[in-house]
Design a binder for this molecule. Structure first.
Ligand SMILES: *[C@@H]1O[C@H](CO)[C@@H](O)[C@H](O)[C@H]1NC(C)=O
Ligand SMILES: *[C@@H]1O[C@H](CO)[C@@H](O)[C@H](O)[C@H]1NC(C)=O
Ligand SMILES: *[C@@H]1O[C@H](CO)[C@@H](O)[C@H](O)[C@H]1NC(C)=O
Ligand SMILES: *[C@@H]1O[C@H](CO)[C@@H](O)[C@H](O)[C@H]1NC(C)=O
Ligand SMILES: *[C@@H]1O[C@H](CO)[C@@H](O)[C@H](O)[C@H]1NC(C)=O
Ligand SMILES: *[C@@H]1O[C@H](CO)[C@@H](O)[C@H](O)[C@H]1NC(C)=O
Ligand SMILES: *[C@@H]1O[C@H](CO)[C@@H](O)[C@H](O)[C@H]1NC(C)=O
Length: 585
């Protein structure tokens, strides 16, 4: 373990050199206790592990995948259950699983891990099914499982304790999970009848990854270079290129092209477009201080030229509780993959392998590139006719030497004494037309931070203790639609104070902004009964005189930092000027 002192020393050094440029350890302006928060809970007797959440599109439905059950609830009031279906493990499967040394009471059950729209009428669902992952179709009209009994290997983990991520793209499921009973064979795969593809089972491709997130970034519809849609995966894995104290973790972004068909001989039924790079989130250029990625949110907005993604990180040795948020520009990510240098392994001292920058000749077409107009012009109409030289190169060099660096080359936010778990970001226009990226970041102790970036730096404008028991927040979802609320309900919601603005602001009275967060916590304490605790938090804005929005959005820090309502929870005085957040330097 890295000694506590060393990390402290490093942090102090960072403070000294960068204290004026980054919001280091900002203190929340307002703190709300659980009694100030109007929590709505959904809990089904006997059902635990509510681990897969999916928001319906435009129909106010939230789908919940739990242990041996799937639910549909009203997303505006999650206590209002609309449908449920049970999906239990058969006794036979349970017995087989127990024979292999797994626990009948916990592991040999069906944990729902994949919950995705196949189309508007069918959900694609997969569960661990007593270490025999299985997928099925859920008909939304009747809320019945079809009973397809598809082999879920490569789409859903065997072991419910293992990490997983998936995204449905045009009816094909892309997953990051493990492929075997032991959980020792990691895989990024595409489940497609026409062209199923997977990663090579080799350390340079995936090295004990912990999957966090996956999503598709569509090609620019007006692009002239014939680029492809790309699927991005985010995970932490064991580094091959850095060696510090034993296993050193590293955060990664990997991508594949949607049009990939695999190779003809080399890389047959394997990705020809799999490339990965390090995600840098540190103050010092090459210091892997924040080397565990916990969550990613891809922010898309009509006024953003390209998507921007936000990620929360913690250090591998986090005994001090340190977290960071970094934001990245998608075009920079693409540049690393399309123009960056590759890494290669070199054997030194007999069997020891070292990874270094590859500076030799790179074959053409460029290894790992999508089939674009340029490739087509050279008669490579599909990955199936790429030359062996290109394919062999990408097989041996899936790792880029260049890292993906955050916007402005530094974290947006660094916070001490918290472990951030999840993030969602909403882009909101204030009354003065200034656009803010409002970050909602949750912690492993049941709190939610609301932070905005202003000219003076990053400010945590609110801390809300959502869960009285300090359970970790495991899932945060942002609804696409603005949420309207009854005035009575909004009264008990914490507010941003006077003059706040948001898309959901509705004339007189109260409204909730577009930022509805759906949160999930699992009991952190084993002695407690497992309880499904799901809650919804609306964060209110108030009506009122139009004040300078930046000031109004950043209410004065209350003396003592204590909780409670600010003038009855509705209005808080705007400070004459923003107290600057300055750190030691
Ligand atoms: C949805 O997918 C199912 C299964 O592939 C198919 O039977 C059904 O026709 C599809 N429905 C729509 C509306 O496309
Ligand atoms: C299921 O929930 C229980 C109680 O909250 C927790 O202890 C356990 O780790 C969870 N299991 C999985 C596989 O998530
Ligand atoms: C594509 O072109 C159309 C029409 O010129 C324009 O409205 C749209 O914003 C463009 N889309 C992108 C992503 O550039
Ligand atoms: C860190 O950066 C310095 C200078 O930029 C370089 O000499 C050194 O090799 C880097 N260290 C690592 C571990 O990348
Ligand atoms: C992303 O990077 C490109 C190139 O550096 C730049 O033009 C663009 O403004 C950046 N976008 C954002 C949102 O920072
Ligand atoms: C591509 O193939 C066509 C037809 O087989 C041939 O005429 C053309 O010369 C080829 N182009 C290149 C760049 O190899
Ligand atoms: C953060 O996580 C670490 C390791 O998981 C733990 O030791 C520490 O107590 C946590 N700190 C806080 C403030 O939650």
């Amino acid at each position: 373990e890295m000694p506590n002192m060393a990390l402290d020393g490093l942090f102090v050094a960072l403070l000294l050199s960068f204290g004026t440029t980054v919001a280091l350890d900002p203190i929340p302006r307002i703190t709300w206790e659980p009694r100030d928060v109007h929590l709505v809970r959904f809990q089904e007797p006997g059902v635990s592990n509510y681990s897969a959440l999916l928001l319906g599109s435009g129909d106010d439905t939230l789908y919940i995948g739990a242990r041996e059950a799937i639910f549909a609830v009203n997303s505006l009031n999650i206590a209002d259950k609309q449908h449920e279906v049970r999906w239990r493990v058969t006794e036979d499967k349970k017995a087989k699983c127990a024979e292999k040394g797994k626990s009948k009471e916990t592991e040999c059950l069906n944990y729902i891990r994949v919950l995705q729209f196949l189309n508007s009428t069918v959900l694609y669902v997969c569960g661990t099914n007593a270490f025999q992952p299985t997928c099925d179709h859920l008909l939304l009209k009747t809320f019945e499982l079809v009973g397809k009994n598809e082999d879920g290997k490569g789409r859903c983990p065997f072991d419910p304790a293992q990490s997983y991520t998936s995204v449905m793209v045009d009816g094909e499921l892309y997953s990051g999970t493990s492929y075997n009973f032991l959980g020792s064979e990691p895989i990024i795969s595409r489940n497609s009848p026409q062209s199923p593809l997977r990663t090579e089972y080799a350390i340079p491709w995936l090295n004990e990854p912990s999957f966090v997130y996956a999503d598709v970034i569509r090609k620019n519809p007006n692009g002239t270079d014939g680029e492809d849609d790309k699927i991005y995966f985010f995970f932490t894995e064991v580094s091959v290129e850095y060696e510090f104290f034993g296993k050193s973790m590293i955060p990664r972004i990997a991508r594949v092209c949607k049009g990939d068909q695999g190779g003809l001989r080399t890389l047959q039924k394997k990705w020809t477009s799999f490339l990965k790079a390090r995600l840098a989130c540190s103050l010092l250029e090459n210091n892997s201080l924040f080397n565990v990625i916990n969550d990613v949110f891809i922010l898309r907005a009509p006024d953003l030229k390209e998507p921007v993604f936000y990620a929360v990180f913690t250090p591998q040795w986090n005994n001090v509780g340190l977290s960071a948020v970094c934001a990245y520009n998608m075009s920079l990510v693409e540049d690393v993959f399309s123009k960056g240098k590759y890494m290669q392994s070199a054997t030194v001292e007999q069997s020891h392998t070292k990874w270094v920058r590859y500076s030799g000749e790179v074959p053409k077409p460029r290894p790992g590139a999508c089939i674009n107009n340029e490739a087509k012009a050279a008669n490579y109409s599909s990955s199936l006719n790429l030359p062996d030289k290109t394919l062999q190169f990408v097989k041996d060099h899936p790792l880029m030497d260049d890292s993906v660096v955050p916007i402005s080359n530094r974290p947006r936010l660094i916070k001490r004494d918290v472990n951030y778990t999840q993030i969602v970001v909403d882009r909101i226009q204030a009354l003065d037309k200034t656009v803010y990226d409002v970050m909602f970041i949750s912690t492993d102790r049941g709190a939610l931070h609301k932070a905005v970036s202003a000219d003076s730096g990053m400010h945590i404008i609110e801390e809300t203790q959502l869960f009285p028991g300090s359970e970790p927040v495991q899932t945060l979802l942002l609804s696409a639609e603005p949420v309207k609320a009854e005035p009575a309900q909004a009264q008990v919601l914490p507010g941003w104070g006077r003059g706040g603005a948001g898309r959901g602001w509705e004339g007189r009275g109260w409204a909730l902004p577009s930022a509805m967060a759906v949160l999930q916590a699992a009991s952190a304490r084993p002695q407690e009964q497992p309880r499904g605790l799901l809650s919804r938090l609306g964060v209110g804005f108030s009506d009122g005189p139009q004040l300078n929005s930046a000031a109004a959005m950043l209410p004065e820090r209350r003396s003592g930092g204590s909780s409670g309502t600010v003038n009855g929870g509705l209005v808080c005085p705007a400070p004459p000027s923003l107290p600057a957040i300055q750190e030691a330097h």
